[in-house]
Design a protein around this ligand. Sequence first.
Ligand code: RET
Length: 239
Amino acid sequence: ISGIGPLGPGVRLVLWITALIMILGTLYFTYGSVSARVERRRFFAISAIITLIAATLYTLMATGYGTLLQPGGHLSFFGRYIDWTFTTPLLLLDLALLALARNFPNRGMVIGTLVAADVYMILTGFVASIIRTDVRWIFFAASCAGFLAVIYLLVSRLAPQASLRGRLVDNHYRRLMPILLVLWILYPIVWALGKEGAGVISTLAETVLYAILDICAKVGFGLVLVSNPDALEDAERDV
Ligand code: RET
């Protein structure tokens, strides 16, 4: 890795601001993970890990070391994919812990399948991002297939289980799942419009859009998740 890529000052500033917001999120969620009632702690802790990973990778990208300058001048922000490889499974784990009771027999299998489909989505997306020929769209499609599997599992496996766990858990799941879906669907759209895809928006616009999405999907989602202690308490019970 040759180090500092040719990042414009605007791009760099947006990456630094996002890193800072992720650090603030990490401090807040870490505080919650030691001070909140015990049933909420693991959700705070997962959110803290998610924002810590993002803070680290945003710092890497802001300093220029999370980008790869390819022959021909294309800049790959590989730091994003390292971030997403770890943070997206953790976000799905949040929903799985809410929806699936400890004594649900297929719990491990469902979570494993969810995480596998998700990691497949991110890794094929990474492959698509470093390929400069049209072959990248094959990997883009493969990534979308992984994404569809994730959506399928959230809607048809987790949601029915959540509704068996009482009104509080069910309502909370039904509030969080659409937020997650709407935010996540915007990622492939930004990708397709950005420099890795069709290239109709600038690197700066792409950086800003991903930054907004990452802040909403990590900090925002985490805040909504922990905002309902009664539902999280119910989620601890075997139902
Ligand atoms: C890519 C490009 C290829 C097609 C698809 C994608 C989906 C990415 C998603 C990312 C979600 C990231 C989150 C991050 C942080 O919290 C890889 C962009 C389908 C859904 C939620």
